[in-house]
Ligand binder design. Structure first.
Ligand SMILES: Cc1ncc(C[n+]2csc(CCOP(=O)(O)OP(=O)(O)O)c2C)c(N)n1
Ligand SMILES: [Mg+2]
Length: 818
């Protein structure tokens, strides 16, 4: 079913020029008198007070960080404090019009943005809803200390609650938003529309588009704002997120009823510095962050620069840009100019800027300027200072409460809270009750029909099943996915070449006919953008399958896999779940950059479930389990075995639904003399080796496929090794630091008394993967297994090794690093 976007030669070769339109810079020129009439007095005062509250919040942090005391309260804060003093107007302006359904993502310097968004949400939510949030959030744990003896209004109580939760999070207290597991740079509070902030600068750039995607796909109200520092616009993932957000297909191919372009604002919090480097004039060439929009799409992302040293132009810009997004014309880029008067962090000596510069921005300070404007125009007078004093007192009181270890204890380090938060281990059949969208009844789908006619057993009437007729690993993954697609309306899949191509390796053939664009689509070639969007989508409460065409490309999505996908469940202390399946195909025959098994990389990273099934039975059962769970699963697949039928389960692969737990090794062949443990397609090498050992040497081999690397149940492995006393481990990953080396080391501990000798782990050579014709010298071969057994486990009588698997050789290779 090819798309109908025709590329016509006469059209693409016709003479024209690309025209750009003007990008407004500080176009806001509404006279204050006129502008003030658009606001109530109460609103204007609260804008100013919010700015003051942020200033006080940050000032206290700065003082305790540098001096260890504030107004007589001594406190030592060990963690970071990236203050945003000077940036208050930009934060309050950004948040003023956003509702609780509008979601913000930010960076390491987001205290001000968090507070501004929280205060704005408090103003907009009803008292009833606020009470409900405060009472239910962590069963009222954050509310209890701030409510005690307090008799003010619900909104004032909510402000206390919110400031207290923020300080508590920064001070690593059990009464912080996320029990202190997030901390200063990652604090967030989703009931008020505040989503994870990121210590990986620019991290929000790839995640926030996924949140906007969730809103479009699931027809949810609201927009998404990604607050990103000016220097971080040099980060690749930010560009990938922008590219992902600006795809034409939202408007050309998707159902227009979904709303068009992604509702997202990339808001550059432009304070003109990184830590000490300057994007303007030094580290980048853009001069204006707003210029970047011109390279993205014909609308130039509706980019403009606004004065973020005054909240009113920022509010005006957000009002206009929100409208653009609601009309389906996103994404938007805003260049919100501000200035960080404070240092990057308390240790910052400001050696990279002049005192004169700081003084000039201090003189123009937005808090003073806005107050003067309010007074000059008769909006408020001296009562402002009394209100500010009251606000400051509240902030200070909440600081004191959060700093008090009796009122606000830390989580007990022995409590295993962190361990218990690593995985959510829940089961969710569907994340929404509505009917899942399909383009056709499943029974009419050609692939469903074709798969139904395939043979699911190892043999057919006693004969091996011909390849074309065998129900294979591809079919198994397809079947599991279409099953979940038909149950969970939020489930979507995307990646490179996912749609008309049929998925990189034809696993998705048939899905194009079955699913509308918004449930299955091609992404840009942006691995960071793909994984980041999957993370953002899941954080919002949807199920998603993202695909990386080759494991070798994981490096392109390194941060998104290692720091985002893996960490947000634990950093939220269990408030968030991450129902993402990241399908990663491991190649062969395509040389060094398309053939590496990277299981060890993700196995090493806490917070990811890592599986690698290589039989149709295992692939279906494990994909089913992955798609019913709430944890991030890196689902490795091998291009060597996509075509393989089922060889191990005599009854065949069930037509119906079943799950295989994502931690359980599987005994593929029973034996008594030697255990061979495998991960990935080395299973088939091991099975061949086992047959040969049996036939030629009468050795009975038990072959166990790990199927999973994390989590992993060692019990079946221990049971086997106790029986055989000998163990060989093998996978196609390069041997150094492989999963098999970890399992070997652990089995040495677990089975020391039962082992006749140390476990032997072999893998591919510690080389680049050579050309297809040379692969036999790289990937473990049957002969290598026999050689290793002969040299290092027990001698096979009359056997002549073909390769050098001796311990001397092991030392030689290690010394050379190969
Ligand atoms: C990926 C990454 N690289 C580097 C850093 C170290 N770092 C922290 S803040 C910062 C400067 C960021 O500048 P900008 O994006 O302009 O944000 P600002 O600090 O000005 O708010 C750097 C380099 C980091 N945290 N993450
Ligand atoms: Mg900056």
């Amino acid at each position: 079913m090819p798309k109908s976007i025709i590329i016509a030669p006469e059209r693409v070769f016709s003479r024209e020029v690309i025209r750009f339109s003007d990008i407004p810079v500080n176009a806001y020129a509404t006279p204050p008198k006129e502008e003030l009439a658009n606001y109530s007095r109460e609103d204007l005062v609260s804008i100013w007070l919010d700015m003051c509250a942020i200033r006080e919040f940050e000032t206290i942090l700065g003082e305790i960080k540098t001096k260890g005391t504030y107004q007589g309260v001594a406190y030592t804060h060990a963690g970071p404090a990236h203050l945003s003093i000077g940036q208050e107007a930009a934060a309050v302006g950004m948040a003023f019009l956003l509702g609780p359904e509008d979601h913000v993502f930010g960076s390491h310097r987001s205290h001000g943005e968090i507070l501004a968004k929280g205060f704005s949400a408090i103003r907009q939510l009803s008292d009833e809803r606020l009470l409900d949030i405060m009472r239910s959030y962590r069963d009222g744990a954050l509310l209890a200390p701030v409510e005690r003896g307090y008799a003010g209004s619900v909104k004032a109580l909510a402000r206390r609650f919110f400031v207290y939760g923020a300080y508590g999070e920064i001070f690593a207290r059990d009464t912080g938003f996320n029990r202190g597991l997030g901390g200063s740079m990652h604090a967030f509070f989703t009931p008020f529309g505040i989503y994870p902030n990121n210590a990986i600068v620019g991290g929000s750039g790839s995640m926030a588009p996924g949140a906007a995607l969730f809103k479009r796909v699931n027809r949810k109200p609201g927009i998404v704002v990604a607050n990103i520092g000016d220097s971080s616009f040099g980060c690749g993932p930010v560009w990938e997120g922008i590219t992902f957000s600006a795809m034409d297909q939202y408007r050309t191919l998707w159902d227009q009823a979904l709303g068009g372009g992604l509702p997202i604002i990339f808001n550059c919090m432009n304070n003109f510095y990184g830590m000490g480097g300057q994007p303007f004039g030094e580290t980048m060439g853009m001069q204006y962050a707003a210029r970047l929009g011109a390279g993205v799409n014909p609308e130039q992302m509706h980019a403009e620069r606004v004065n973020g040293y005054d909240p009113l132009p920022v509010i005006d810009a957000f009002r206009r840009k929100k409208q653009v997004l609601l009309e389906g014309r996103g994404p938007v880029l805003l260049d919100t100019v501000t200035y960080r008067i404070s240092g990057h962090s308390p240790s910052d000596a400001s050696s990279y800027r002049s005192k004169e510069e700081i003084d000039r921005w201090q003189q123009a300070d937005s808090i003073r300027a806005f107050r003067a404007m309010l007074v000059d125009h008769g909006v408020a007078a001296e009562s402002l200072d009394a209100s500010r004093a009251q606000e400051d007192a509240t902030i200070f009181a909440m600081f004191r409460l959060a700093a008090d270890l009796d009122v606000s204890p830390r989580v007990s380090i022995d409590s295993e809270l962190v361990g218990a938060s690593m995985f959510s281990n829940q089961r969710v059949d569907r994340f929404d009750g509505r009917q899942p969208e399909f383009l056709q009844p499943l029974a009419d789908n050609p692939r469903v029909q074709q798969v139904a006619s395939k043979i699911r057993t190892p043999t057919d009437h006693g004969q091996p099943v011909p390849k074309m007729k065998a129900y294979n690993v591809r079919d198994a993954i397809f079947e599991a996915m279409i099953h979940r697609f038909s149950i969970d309306p939020t489930m979507i899949a995307f990646g490179e070449e996912n749609r008309d191509w049929g998925g990189a390796f034809a696993v998705y053939r048939g899905l194009t006919e079955a699913l509308p664009y918004h449930r299955l689509f091609n992404s840009p070639i942006s691995e960071a953008g793909i994984v980041g969007a999957a993370v953002g989508y899941a954080l919002e409460g949807g199920r998603v399958v993202a695909e990386l065409m080759y494991a070798d490309f994981m490096g392109r999505a390194g941060d998104e896999i290692f720091n985002q996908l893996a960490k947000w469940q634990a950093m939220s202390a269990g408030e968030l779940t991450m129902p993402v399946v990241l399908r990663v195909s491991i190649g062969a025959k395509y040389g060094a950059q398309h053939s590496q098994d990277f299981t060890a990389l993700v196995h090493h990273v806490p917070g990811l479930k890592v599986v690698y099934p290589v039989t149709p039975y295992d692939a279906k059962g494990m994909m089913n389990a992955a798609l019913a769970g709430t944890d991030p699963v890196v689902f490795f697949e091998s291009q060597k075995v996509y075509d393989f039928g089922e060889l191990f389960v005599e009854e065949g692969v069930p037509q119906g639904y079943y799950e295989i737990a994502l931690s359980e090794p599987s005994v593929k062949r029973a034996g008594t003399d030697l255990t061979i443990i495998t991960l990935g397609p080395a299973l088939y090498t091991a099975v061949s080796a086992a047959s040969e050992l049996e036939k030629r040497f009468g050795v009975s081999v038990e072959v166990i496929d790990l199927r999973a690397a994390t989590p992993l149940n060692y019990e079946p492995l221990v049971e086997s090794v106790r029986k055989t006393g000998k163990v060989l481990l093998v996978s196609d990953a390069v041997e150094r630091g492989s999963v098999m080396q970890t399992v070997a080391a652990t089995l040495t501990q677990l089975c020391f008394d039962d082992l006749d000798g140390p476990p032997v782990a072999i893998g591919s050579r510690n080389w680049i993967t050579p050309a297809a014709e040379l692969e036999a010298s790289f990937f473990p071969q049957v002969s290598w297994l026999l050689d290793a057994i002969h040299e290092r486990i027990f001698p096979l009588s009359g056997y002549q090794p073909a390769t050098n698997q001796t311990l001397e050789e092991l030392i030689r290779r290690a010394r050379l690093g190969v």
